[in-house]
Design a protein around this ligand. Structure first.
Ligand SMILES: [Mg+2]
Length: 312
């Protein structure tokens, strides 16, 4: 079926049917990463691409920040699966005339992120072509002791929570964020997340994805959404709440879980995980609403869709 819109999710869903799903594929497209079984062991696989002019501006941030981000965004998806990054390979498409200093700067940034996340860089490939710098990091991760978490397990009545304040990451956090690997391990060790993902494209774009995979809906309470100071500083046409709802690249975890008592939340906080409850999972499949001043309105997607931004 040919998608009738330039919608990244629709395109991916349409082509995914071309790919086999043998019994060794435990989780395939639609989750933050894939889970494949080898000899009875599960391996988590992820690839992510960052592009100069789209995901960073090389001239402004420099190669080290770009290289760091390329690996960190991949690690964030492994965190979303409650997996631990172990190793990665890196592919770079370099613009003609690139200097060794730039190339080495990218490597320094990759090394920074490798040290932070435990994801060792073990190989790669380079090519030169006219166009922007492109860095792709493909990583393998290992499930934690409690196993992986996908996007499929949210149930009506579950709480929806995020691990940190949202919005305004363009002011700098989109380069400096720390993947929530430790937080994911703490949450998974307590078997708290029923479904989980990282917020890369904005809450209003990502939450419907989690809902679609779980066959549920969601009510987000505007007054509960934690708004980052950057969302206030960012200004522009969006209100701070709108920045928090729609801006991309927060790289916080979004999870559905059984509602937690105050004591359980305090115990998590003592282990370094602050859960901000933002709403509730509902039985209204596909319906994502914003509750504000006693009114419920559809939460329109205002986040990032690559295809929508690059159409002819
Ligand atoms: Mg993700």
């Amino acid at each position: 079926v040919r998608p009738d819109t330039r919608d990244e999710d629709a395109w991916i869903a349409a082509v995914s049917r071309r790919f086999g799903a043998s019994p060794r594929v435990l989780l395939g497209p639609g989750h933050d990463a894939a889970v494949v079984a080898f000899d009875g062991r599960e391996v988590v696989l992820k690839t992510d691409t960052v592009v100069d002019g789209v995901d960073f501006r090389l001239e402004a941030c420099g190669p080290r920040a770009a290289g760091r981000k390329a690996l960190a965004v991949t690690a964030s998806d492994l965190a979303a699966m409650a997996a631990t990054p172990r190793a990665c390979v890196v592919s770079a498409v370099l613009p003609p005339g690139v200097t060794f200093e730039t190339f080495d700067g990218i490597a320094a940034g990759l090394a920074d992120a490798a040290e932070e996340t435990g994801c060792e860089v073990v190989g790669g490939d380079t090519s030169v072509a006219p166009g922007p710098l492109v860095i792709t990091v493909s990583a393998i991760g290992e499930p934690g002791p409690a196993g992986v978490v996908g996007r499929r397990g949210a149930r009506p009545g579950d709480a929806l929570s995020v691990t940190g304040a949202l919005g305004g990451s363009i002011l700098g956090r989109h380069l400096t964020f720390r993947p929530r690997l430790a937080e994911a391990q703490v949450l998974a060790s307590e078997r708290i997340p029923r479904a989980m993902m990282d917020l890369s494209d904005g809450l209003s774009t990502d939450l419907p994805r989690l809902c679609a995979m779980s066959g549920v809906g969601a009510d987000v309470e505007a007054a509960r959404v934690p708004i980052h100071p950057d969302a206030v500083r960012a200004g522009g046409a969006r209100s701070p709440l709108e920045h928090a709802l729609h801006d991309g690249e927060d790289f916080e975890l979004l999870l559905a879980h059984a509602p937690l008592e105050v004591e359980a939340l305090a115990a998590l906080a003592a282990r370094g995980v602050t859960l901000h409850r933002i709403g509730t999972v509902t039985a209204a499949a596909g319906e994502v609403r914003l509750l504000r001043d006693g009114r419920a309105t559809p939460l329109e997607r205002g986040g990032y869709d690559h295809l929508a931004r690059t159409g002819p």
